[in-house]
Design a binder for this molecule. Structure first.
Ligand code: NAD
Length: 306
């Protein structure tokens, strides 16, 4: 294998960068030469946009290696038409996202953010009534989507916290659910009515946009927590706001928003039963190393097989 000239357009974790430099001929984002990328044979990108115009400036380009999962910043059709291989690292961040779901579920159930806020404002008595939380043990977590992340969330909450696990995923078999010890629901409405924690892990498609909206919130019991770490537009933020503001549900946490980065003036931040995080699910050291080294491995594998 010849050492392939690779441009890294977005910052990557230092361990992964060292690994890349050991195996590839690297020009990284700190290098002044980054603007002259016409010699690139491979690129590693996170959010950098690989448009037709950018691709056209790289006549030698053979591989676009996405550090992460979503390929929406790449003109896939154009890359394919030029014979350029596109890779990603779909398994690298699932544990980090699943851990965030667990953290957010516990945070909402125990009102940790609100507790911190009230303590720092000055509090006159211990264990105040308005901070009463609930135990998740023996409650049901409803998984909307049983892919890589949903499955891991279910395992962690079942095995670690003795939760019952329900699933709504029309593309997953009853057998797969049963193998995991989960219960499959044919109707989203029935899953919603049965769940105290609802965790959403689906892709954004025309079928999943606003999948959780006014009707779905109206079916939830007052002690329900909703967590979305998938894509912002899957949850109707206006409907969520109404539900939280009128305390129709116990709480909610979003790691993803319809518009990102989310504005500090978003109405949801006025609800004290709401927690927001800035699309931070994959942002752990371990996941960043796996995504970076995984992207490098993809380039090595493809170039050695050609
Ligand atoms: P996956 O492709 O493995 O699983 C998605 C699941 O959703 C599949 O089982 C599919 O059958 C199911 N699904 C599709 N349409 C559905 C519908 N209408 N109703 C119910 N289920 C449906 O994906 P994944 O790796 O588990 O990722 C899930 C989501 O998490 C994706 O949107 C991904 O972009 C997002 N994500 C977010 C972060 C973050 O930082 N917050 C990080 C990684 C991934």
């Amino acid at each position: 294998m010849s050492i392939i000239k690779t441009f890294i357009f977005d910052p990557i974790e230092s361990v992964a960068l060292d690994y890349a430099k050991k195996h590839l001929d690297i020009v990284d984002w700190t290098d002044k030469g980054i603007n002259n990328y016409s010699q690139a044979e491979a690129v590693i990108i996170r959010t950098f946009k690989m448009t037709k115009e950018v691709i056209d400036k790289m006549p030698e380009l053979k591989i676009i290696a996405k550090h992460g999962v979503g390929l929406d910043n790449i003109d896939l059709d154009y890359a394919k038409s030029k014979g350029i291989k596109v890779t990603n690292t779909p398994l690298a961040n699932i544990n980090s996202v699943a851990e965030l779901v667990v953290a957010l579920a516990l945070n909402c159930a125990k009102k940790i953010n609100l507790s911190h806020q009230l303590v720092t404002q000055g509090i006159s008595k211990i264990a105040p009534f308005e901070l009463t939380g609930f135990e998740i043990q023996n409650k049901t977590v409803g998984l909307v989507g049983l892919g890589r992340i949903g499955t891991l969330v279910g395992k962690k909450l079942k095995n670690g916290f003795d939760m019952k696990v329900g699933v709504y995923d029309p593309y997953t078999s009853k057998q797969k659910c049963e193998e995991e010890g989960f219960i499959k629901y044919e109707q989203l409405n029935d899953l919603i009515k049965a769940s105290q924690v609802i965790s959403i892990s689906v892709p954004l498609t025309k079928d999943t946009e606003n999948l959780i909206s006014h009707k779905e919130f109206s079916l939830m019991e007052p002690n329900t927590i909703v967590i979305n770490t998938s894509r912002g537009k899957v949850v109707d933020e206006n409907a969520l706001y109404e539900s939280l503001n009128q305390e129709k549900i116990f709480g909610a946490a979003l790691d993803v928003f319809a518009e990102e980065p989310v504005s500090k003036d978003h109405p949801l931040f006025t609800c004290n039963n709401f927690i927001g995080t800035p699309h931070n699910g994959a942002n752990t050291k371990e996941a960043l190393i796996r995504m970076g080294t995984g992207a490098v491995d993809e380039i090595i594998n493809i170039s050695s097989n050609n």
